[in-house]
Design a protein around this ligand. Structure first.
Ligand code: LRH
Ligand code: MN
Length: 430
């Protein structure tokens, strides 16, 4: 495997952590065992978990007010895979990459597949793009997505949007992927601009055509979002609409929950519970937000909400993380993109370990006994636990780093990439 960060390098750099890690792990395991919790089971479940890295977030993100490249950014999809492989070497929990077409538009998919395989990386859900006019997605400019794609009043635009999505599926098949996520920017910017019902029906028809054309082992994910870039209405604005669209599209259509795609104060953990209950919870785009779709680091603003979301997932998975698609969807405007993905993955691993400490049987008893204080005590006991040594041990057993961000810096990966790729290399993406 030709990953630029090897297990040996990590072991060497982290050798000084061994003694303290052993002590901390023994102490935490003993405390949990006293509390009737199987620390080994927590370590195994954290070690089993993996979250896809978005190809569009290994470069620096920006806003309409500016973009400040980090230097040494990946210039090709191959280099993006190299960076995800380096990330995975450090976390042991980013074993897949999610591509976004045409930001990723490999000329030789089989060579790209081999490039990834040689680095222990496989391809997760593909992402189509009918929210920008790109020659390869608009039939060389034959159409424009300015007024939408699947929702567009013009059948030629809808046909082109379907053609683009089918091309993304075709590429995914060559890469070994088995799912496509469809996020549509389709909507309106002013009252009266379009008929809500006809927009919905056109999108539903388009998604059904796409669903029916999928290979039998594939799934389709509808991703809802209340606004942006549409500023008055979005066709797929919320989880209810997304569920309606999935039902309409077909049995292998499910809903993808991007945590940033909810209006302030939305109870996202309840949305997760509802979708899971219907069997149509397809996956996640993990991130965090303060105001809008800010694409900030997972758990950096609302860590307790994220804990409650993971707890709903464990409830749905009967004590384990259910087999849905986990992806990070973030935009790194100021932090080094790889460092931000390390912190996001670490926060997810940490939160899974904490949520696994919840005594779910006792919680159910407290709920049945209408004892909210007792219930809160059970959640607090878990969410206030230091599970760091368990997470570090899970990573160590995966051949990864116990202290991934410090080790990333000490290995000088970014400096090596700046030397190789240049100060001003820019990655395609947001
Ligand atoms: C839309 C979104 C979607 C992606 C894009 C990069 O806001 O969350 O998932 O296509 O970000
Ligand atoms: Mn998203």
């Amino acid at each position: 495997m030709t990953v630029r960060i090897s297990i040996e390098q990590i072991r060497d750099v982290e050798a000084e952590l061994d003694a303290k890690h052993e002590r901390d792990l023994a102490a935490v395991s003993a405390r949990l065992t006293d509390g009737g919790i199987d620390a080994e089971a927590v370590i195994r479940e954290v070690g089993r978990f993996s979250v896809a890295a978005p190809s569009w977030a290994v470069g620096t993100g920006g806003t309409r007010f500016g973009r400040f490249p980090a230097g040494g950014e990946p210039r090709t999809t191959e280099e993006k895979i190299d960076d995800v492989a380096a990330l995975n070497a450090l976390t042991g929990a980013n074993r897949t990459i999610s591509l976004h077409v045409p930001w990723d538009d490999p000329k030789d998919p089989m060579a790209l597949r081999q490039h990834a395989l040689d680095r222990g990386i496989t391809f997760d859900a593909m992402n189509s793009n009918t929210f920008q006019d790109n020659p390869s997605t608009t039939g060389d400019g034959a159409v424009s997505y300015k007024f939408g794609s699947f929702a567009h009043a013009d059948a030629d635009v809808r046909k082109q949007a379907l053609a683009h999505n089918l091309a993304v599926v075709d590429l995914g098949v060559q890469l070994g992927a088995t799912a496509i996520t469809v996020w549509l920017a389709d909507g309106t910017n002013s009252p009266g601009q379009a008929n809500f019902r006809r927009q919905f029906e056109r999108v539903a028809d388009g998604l059904r055509e796409l669903h029916d054309a999928l290979p039998l082992d594939w799934e389709l994910y509808t991703e809802h979002k209340p606004y942006e870039p549409a500023m008055y209405s979005s066709v797929n604005a919320d989880w209810g609409t997304s569920l309606l669209l999935a039902h309409y599209a077909g049995a292998r259509a499910k809903c993808l929950v991007d945590l940033g795609h909810h209006l302030p104060n939305t109870n996202i953990e309840q949305v997760v519970s509802r979708l899971a209950m219907t069997g149509r919870l397809g996956g996640f785009h993990f991130n965090d937000s303060k105001y809008g779709d800010d694409d900030l680091t997972v758990g950096s603003i609302h860590p307790y909400q994220f804990f409650l979301i993971v707890l709903e997932l464990l409830d749905h998975g009967d004590g384990a993380m259910p087999p849905v698609r986990y992806m990070i969807d973030a935009s790194h405007n100021l932090k080094d993109p790889i460092e931000d993905l390390i912190q996001a993955t670490d926060q997810i691993q940490f939160t899974i370990a904490q949520a696994l400490l919840v005594d779910r049987a006792a919680l159910a008893d407290a709920q049945d006994a209408n004892d909210p204080a007792r219930a809160a005590e059970l959640l607090h006991a878990a969410s206030r636990s230091d599970v760091g040594p368990l997470v570090a041990e899970a990573r160590r057993r995966n051949g990864a780093a116990r202290s991934p961000l410090t080790t990333f810096r000490r290995l000088g990966y970014r400096a090596a990439m700046v030397a190789e790729r240049g100060e001003d290399s820019v990655a395609s993406g947001l």
